[in-house]
Ligand binder design. Structure first.
Ligand SMILES: NC(=O)c1ccc[n+]([C@@H]2O[C@H](COP(=O)([O-])OP(=O)(O)OC[C@H]3O[C@@H](n4cnc5c(N)ncnc54)[C@H](O)[C@@H]3O)[C@@H](O)[C@H]2O)c1
Ligand SMILES: O=C(O)[C@H](O)COP(=O)(O)O
Length: 528
């Protein structure tokens, strides 16, 4: 029975989808040791930010095929460790965009009007109208750091509220900023000019403690900062001090370097002009339903053998590409399998050549598929689209991609894989014919026209009378049935190749006899 573990609170809509294909166990708040102890039973894991999926947990996950993050950030998953193990990681890149943007806007408004403190004071019996005089957002300068999905929505709404919006994002073009009517500024200038700063960038080694004591000192003493992105981007001790000392006008945080926020955090000591929420950016009913459905559908699909649409660790190979390129990927994988069996040993170089109309397709997915096929002979089921490139790199396979749209051998083009190792080089070419039918069209540059089949035998031999008959009789004597046979040669009585599609595999003892036939130089049994 396929089993899915849900280890964080997930909307019921997601559980219902998973239940269509698997037994779903919801066990939230598991300590890491307990998660490690049970993960080996599960085919899929669905999480939010509450579960940390370490390399140790992935190592213990013998059956795990997919980790689904019902949200955006996968910084709580050791993605390289998952990739190495061939475990797919998927997320929901857009399901909570609006929720997170609205949380940032809510905190900006709450900060500028002292909403939480005024509420607490009123609830405590007070009626302090003077202390809580605030500021308007209208005509104030907002600096958005990270103009991605959430940052862009914040910028749009802020503009509609009459704010003057500036942004810092080293990866956003001037055209995009112009389209959004946002001024792009360097980070120091943005911090110096802003009345409000809202952070919407990921936490990476580059962005860790990006907002430190030094940068805070450059802000206006009335300026306020909001972080609904990730903890660790702001130095929390420096921020607590800057708010306490009046270096800046206030701050609102939804995310923290360590979550849950530690009891002894200096942030908890700040009494005024600081608002803290417990990572609620994505916590709307709408966003939770969106991300749960988005990720549960992907887990369901992957468990059914279908591609995922938002895979984090196979960039460029989403469901749409997989669907469009299905026969082409299948061809690349088949040619990879065939090539590795012809080579019969380690390969140091693989060339993937997209010829004619094939060159119009993106090369990367075809390279990944070719590598998966190539490595599956040695690594079996442990190799997949997730870890194929990494495994190839670790094995020192140098990959060359070539697009040659001038070569016009077939309508639709062709794909050629060539490999080199210390002893020899081999090449195979294939094409996708009408109705997605696959064909092997050359072997070591000899022309053939063969549909791949489960069991095959490839020979290199001298083109001379009697060889085909001898081989046919030999296989017949050993009860190996030949489904089809083809010979490819470039010159009469020169070197030739023979391709046999067989109904049965060739036993090793029979292969010795095949090699013994006079004129046969090489014989490679192939299983696809
Ligand atoms: N508080 C929450 O509950 C919550 C919810 C959703 C997302 N998030 C977080 O919000 C952040 C933004 O999410 P998104 O969906 O908009 O992501 P996104 O990928 O669409 O946008 C991130 C933007 O940051 C920019 N960026 C990267 N490095 C930068 C740097 N050094 N300086 C400035 N900009 C940089 C990127 O170019 C990109 O435009 C992420 O960290 C995400 O994890 C938090
Ligand atoms: O990255 C995200 O999607 C947000 O931080 C939301 O996290 P959550 O799913 O734990 O609320």
């Amino acid at each position: 029975m396929t089993k899915v573990l849900v280890s964080d609170p997930i909307d019921q809509a997601g559980i219902d989808i998973l239940s269509q294909v698997a037994q779903v166990d919801v066990r939230t708040g598991l300590p890491p040791e307990e998660l490690k102890a049970i993960i080996g039973d599960y085919d899929a894991l669905m999480i939010r930010s509450g579960t940390t999926v370490t390399a140790e947990i992935i190592e213990a996950a013998d059956k795990l095929r997919i980790i689904g993050r019902a949200g955006v950030g996968v910084d709580n998953v050791d993605v390289p460790a998952a990739t190495k193990r061939g475990v797919l990681v998927v997320n929901s890149p857009e399901g909570n965009t609006i929720a997170a943007a609205e949380q940032a806007l809510a905190l900006m408004l709450a900060l500028s009007r002292h909403v939480p403190h005024a509420h607490a004071s009123t609830m405590a019996g007070g009626w302090d109208r003077k202390k809580y005089v605030g500021n308007e957002l209208y005509k104030k300068k907002l600096g958005v750091v990270g103009l991605g999905k959430i940052g862009s929505h914040v910028a749009r709404v802020a503009k509609a509220m009459g704010m003057d919006v500036m942004a810092y994002d080293p990866y956003v073009s001037a055209e995009r900023a112009q389209q959004m009517q946002v001024r792009l500024l360097p980070l120091p200038a943005l911090f110096a000019e802003a009345d409000f700063v809202s952070l919407h960038l990921p936490r990476t080694p580059d962005t860790e403690n990006l907002v430190n004591a030094e940068l805070l000192k450059t802000m206006k003493s009335t300026a306020r900062i909001v972080n609904c992105a990730r903890g660790g981007i702001i130095d929390e001790a420096a921020l607590a001090e800057a708010v306490e000392n009046g270096t800046i006008g206030g701050a609102a945080l939804d995310v923290y370097a360590k979550e849950p926020l530690e009891a002894g955090s200096p942030l908890r000591q700040v009494k005024e002009r600081l608002i803290l929420t417990p990572h609620l950016g994505a916590s709307t009913e709408e966003a939770q339903e969106n991300v749960a459905i988005d990720v549960a559908e992907q887990i369901r699909d992957v468990l059914l053998g279908l591609p995922a649409r938002s895979a984090v660790n196979i960039p460029g190979l989403n469901a749409e590409v997989m669907e469009q390129l299905k026969p082409h990927l299948q061809l690349a994988e088949t040619l990879g399998q065939l090539l590795s069996q012809l080579a019969g040993g380690p390969i140091s170089e693989l060339e993937v050549r997209l010829q004619g109309d094939f060159a119009a397709h993106p090369a990367q997915p075809l390279v990944v598929a070719a590598l998966k096929g190539l490595l599956s002979t040695a690594l079996g089921d442990s190799i997949n689209y997730v870890n194929a490139s990494l495994e190839a790199k670790e094995r020192g396979i140098h990959v060359l991609e070539v697009k040659d749209d001038a070569s016009r051998d077939f309508a639709g083009g062709s794909l050629q894989l060539s490999c080199r190792n210390s002893q020899a080089s081999h090449s195979v070419t294939g094409a996708v014919f009408a109705e997605g039918e696959l064909r092997i069209t050359t072997i070591d540059e000899f022309p053939v026209n063969v549909a791949p089949s489960r069991h095959m035998l490839f020979t290199r031999h001298r083109d001379m009378p009697g060889i085909i008959g001898q081989l046919g009789s030999l296989l017949g004597e050993h009860n190996v049935n030949i489904a089809s046979m083809q010979v490819g040669r470039r010159i009469v009585r020169g070197d030739a190749v023979m391709v046999l599609s067989l109904d049965d595999p060739i036993p090793p003892s029979l292969l010795v006899s095949v090699h013994a036939i006079n004129g046969i130089q090489e014989a490679h049994p192939v299983t696809l």
